[in-house]
Design a protein around this ligand. Structure first.
Ligand code: TPP
Ligand code: MG
Length: 889
């Protein structure tokens, strides 16, 4: 479209003159000289109120790397194309076969079809495996490109025909393959999970950052290793993607290459039909100070661009929107030509050098290995900056009827003639009948294709992806290391959070384990009383500390250091959990057994970054999640969006997570020590969630009968009855409500009712164990029955039972089936609100008075005490029977 300005005859700037001036300055005074002048001109323009807008962040819609700068391609292009075609065919056949067999398991073809060339350039020339000399690359493909990655491994001889045939049928005889990259399901193969769109970017960024952390702390040699992360252009809309890119530039992560496969489509249709996703992303990444490389046009355009001295072609490239480009990918050459030249005679002349077929086949950058290679090579040369490569491709490239169509993503079927057409296009030497039933094709091991492929991988250190764990095992420290916690607080009131910080301080000082400990905190260190660790351990900062902190003269200064141990993440839970994931998987990625301890506001854990915690489970992450300021009533005053009464309920949903809700310092010591033993000594694929509280009370010493084993199983007897008379009230309590239960027990016994208090360190562990025993007995009816921990402890007990925690009732109700008597559960269902702790405990009905009430109610129901006692207690305790139900407020 012509602008009004271009129609004015008096507007005829001599652009060439401006260019010449710039060239002169560049030649005479170099880049610095030119930058100085341009900056001055820009500042002047800004001072005059001129808005430069997009212009400052966007470069023209052409390849960043010019033809002149393009390095020689180091491979055999033709042979690589043949290999790529074999992979394309087998990837497609996997999905077609899964569909043909009618199992309804699905699969995707179009994503890989668009990504095949960039993946092949990477595998043939760039992705390097870990070795003694090299740190190793972490390759994170797009999840929906998994069939292509499998198909390559098949060609490499790493996967069998049977496995490929059982794509998405993991339980099939002979083994199958998971839909997407899931290390837990394929632990020798996949390195990083990425099936949940958007999460692989922060995962990659914080892996890159953690690698530098390990180097700066001297735990890893500075022997390189890169993170190659491939994402979709639609995926880039997820807030985790652009939301985490600033840290990558701030921390100068030149070991990170993010590649965006810009096929212009997502699942339903175009990503930016009315605009240009590549230009939009360029602005964002350039604004965040990344090194941005655009790969838009294939070599077929080089000649045309060289002729484009007046910029007519470039202008057209700029004008067309992504919706147009998508349309070209489905249109015949003559239609494309007509739309493209839009009655412009100069453009028409230029395009006349090509036949309609050539117009149709002219490639985008993402289909051209030379252009991709140039971009990857430049990314390797990046110094001090992360690189993003924006590659323009076609969704479903080379797949005839499917290519570029809005339905491409979901398409899992091709007609017999379409299959034959594709296979012939790919040069697959199978009979029509074999092609129709989507047979796999793998040439002999000594074929040129397979020999080339193997040789290229050998040069790069071996096959990828591969997950190979070679990590020294740590010996868990003796429990006695935590003497302070085992001895109790001698009457001093302390919180379980303070106890945990002491424990961490002790671990940090330990000669064997200390250096592997990675404390992580998102701007809450002071909330948890962790500031004492600033001085001892230091806050990691690759720049060190280039200022004098305001509290330099205090005992606990804010100390940043290059070799600082603490990861202070700022207010970014996504970043913090991504750091946890990086530190907790370093045993596999780097062979270094770092142990993350991530402290956070418990309510901002599962419900804020639950999907990332799920990914931690997939990647077999180790470490300790520490939900501080836990409990709907224990965290008082903070109100509805802070007071957590459900994270323990959610914690149970992650199968490999051990969740504990301890009350005392010695319980914490027992649990953390055993956690280190299980994860870092035994190598179990589990991790931990511990809730920590800020209520202060005296911490008792570890009881003489050492309940350690029971603490780990989830419950032990804390207070035996001192009244002999039957019946007995059994109070099962967790977290700080153990203190309320102890008080309730005193009240009950003062009334002549025996009471025992059981400290429940984990309702979730009790539940899992009970369910597992029940299942075992169901499946083995004739074997001696297994007995759960709960049944073992309570089997011989009579009386009635009350459970109480600072969590929703459903947590303790999980174990109801295994409680041998009347069972009442108290918990903190409903929204939190701001008030003082005792008021909240009364409101949510978890106070000592309410525990007594529930015990009397349960005992009365079992006929053990007179019914009147319940009403009498209500009156005595002053509980309003018509008080608000916290759930309905
Ligand atoms: C968090 C999340 N939301 C939705 C999906 C479902 N999904 C999978 S792929 C996809 C479209 C991907 O488009 P794009 O990122 O452009 O990748 P392409 O396949 O085009 O290469 C969607 C919506 C998902 N996997 N994860
Ligand atoms: Mg896309």
């Amino acid at each position: 479209m012509a602008s009004a300005l271009s129609e004015r005859e008096d507007f005829a700037p001599n652009v060439a003159e401006w260019r010449e001036s710039l060239d002169y300055i560049l030649d005479e005074f170099g880049a610095e000289g030119a930058q100085t002048i341009l900056r001055a001109v820009q500042n002047h323009a800004l001072a005059r109120g001129l808005v430069l807008g997009e212009a400052t962040l966007n470069t023209p819609y052409v390849n960043t790397i010019t033809l002149a700068e393009q390095p020689r391609y180091p491979g055999d292009v033709e042979l690589e194309k043949r290999i790529e075609n074999l992979i394309r065919w087998n990837a497609m056949a996997m999905v077609l076969r899964a569909a043909d067999e009618g199992s309804g398991v699905g699969g995707h073809i179009a994503t890989y079809a668009s990504a095949a060339t960039m993946m092949e350039v990477g595998f043939n020339h760039f992705f390097r495996k870990r070795s003694a000399e090299y740190g190793g690359d972490l390759v994170i493909p797009q999840p929906h490109a998994a069939p292509g990655i499998y198909a390559r491994a098949f060609l490499e001889g790493r996967l069998s025909v049977e496995q490929l045939g059982n794509f998405r049928r993991e339980l099939a005889t002979g083994g199958g393959l998971p839909s997407y990259p899931h290390p837990r399901l394929m632990p020798d193969f996949w390195q990083v999970p990425c099936a949940s769109m958007g999460l692989s970017t922060p995962t990659a960024i914080y892996q890159a950052r953690f690698a530098k952390y390990l180097e700066n702390r001297g735990l890893k040699p500075a022997n390189g290793g890169r993170i190659w992360c491939f994402i979709g252009d639609g995926e880039a809309d997820e807030p985790e993607v652009l939301g985490t890119i600033n840290i990558a530039a701030r921390e100068k992560l030149d070991n990170l290459v993010l590649v965006v496969n810009c096929n212009l489509q997502r699942l339903d249709g175009p990503v930016r039909g009315n605009g240009k996703i590549i230009q939009e992303l360029e602005r964002s990444f350039r604004g965040a100070d990344w090194n941005v490389i655009k790969v838009i046009w294939g070599s077929g355009w080089d000649g045309l661009l060289a002729q484009d001295t007046d910029g007519v072609l470039r202008r057209r490239m700029e004008e067309a929107v992504d919706g147009d480009y998508q349309w070209y990918s489905v249109s015949p050459g003559n239609i494309q030509r007509e739309h493209w030249i839009e009655n412009n005679p100069v453009l028409a002349r230029m395009m006349d050098t090509l036949s309609d077929d050539e117009v149709r086949n002219i490639k985008r950058g993402g289909q051209d290995p030379k252009k991709i290679h140039a971009a990857f090579a430049r990314a390797l040369a990046a110094d001090g900056k992360p690189t993003v490569i924006l590659i323009k491709t076609v969704k479903g490239d080379g797949m005839g009827a499917l290519q570029g169509h809005n339905t491409a993503h979901q398409k899992k079927q091709l007609k017999p003639e379409e299959r034959i057409a594709c296979a012939r296009e790919y040069g697959i030497p199978l009979a029509d009948e074999e092609i129709e039933r989507a047979a796999f094709y793998r040439p002999e091991a000594d074929s040129a294709e397979r020999r080339y492929l193997a040789a290229q991988r050998e040069r790069l250190g071996g096959y990828l992806p591969a997950r190979e764990v070679e990590c020294p095992r740590l010996a868990a420290p003796p429990l006695a290391l935590f003497r302070e916690l085992l001895e109790g607080s001698a009457g001093r009131a302390v919180s379980s959070t303070m106890a945990m910080v002491r424990l961490l301080a002790t671990l940090l000082k330990d000669a064997d384990i200390g250096r592997y400990v990675v404390p992580i905190v998102p701007d809450e260190a002071r909330t948890f009383g962790m500031e004492s660790l600033f001085r001892v351990a230091g806050i990691y900062s690759p720049q060190g500390q280039n200022y004098r902190p305001v509290d330099a003269d205090s005992l606990l200064p804010y100390r940043e250091a290059v070799d600082g141990q603490i990861l202070q993440e700022g207010i970014c839970e996504t970043g913090a959990i991504a750091s946890f994931l990086a530190a907790g998987t370093a045993y596999a990625v780097h062979g270094i057994p770092t142990i993350p301890f991530y402290f956070f506001y418990s309510i901002f854990g599962f419900q804020r970054v639950g999907d990332m915690i799920w990914a931690c489970g997939d990647m077999m992450c180790r470490g300790f999640l520490l939900g501080g300021t836990a409990g709907r009533t224990t965290l008082n005053g903070e109100g509805l969006q802070h007071e957590d009464g459900h994270s323990q309920v959610v914690g149970e949903t992650l199968p490999c997570l051990k969740s504990y809700d301890p009350a005392f310092g010695y319980e914490l010591a027992v649990i953390v020590r055993d956690g280190i033993r299980r994860m870092y000594e035994e190598g179990e694929q589990i991790f931990y969630y511990l809730t920590l509280y800020n209520e202060n009370y005296p911490m008792p010493p570890l009881p003489d009968d050492d309940p350690s084993a029971d603490i780990l199983r989830g419950m032990y007897r804390l207070r035996a009855r001192s009244v002999d008379a039957a019946p007995c009230a059994h109070l099962l309590a967790a977290g700080p409500l153990v203190m309320a239960a102890l008080e309730a027990a005193e009240t009950l016994e003062a009334r002549g009712i025996a009471a025992q208090v059981w400290s429940v360190t984990s309702f979730n562990e009790l539940y899992r164990d009970a369910v597992a025993c029940q299942r075992h007995n169901r499946l083995h009816p004739d074997a001696p029955p297994a007995r759960s921990h709960l049944e073992t402890l309570l089997g011989a007990e009579d009386g009635a039972f009350v459970a109480v925690s600072d969590y929703q009732k459903s947590l303790a109700l999980r174990v109801a089936s295994w409680i041998p008597g009347e069972y009442r559960v108290l918990g903190t269902d409903g929204f939190g609100l701001s008030d003082a702790r005792p008021v909240l405990r009364g409101f949510f009905e978890v106070s000592a008075d309410h525990i007594v009430l529930a015990a009397l109610d349960a005992l009365a129901a079992s006929g053990a005490v007179a019914h009147e006692q319940v009403g009498a207690w209500l009156a005595e305790a002053g509980i309003d029977p018509d008080k608000t139900d916290p759930v309905t407020r």
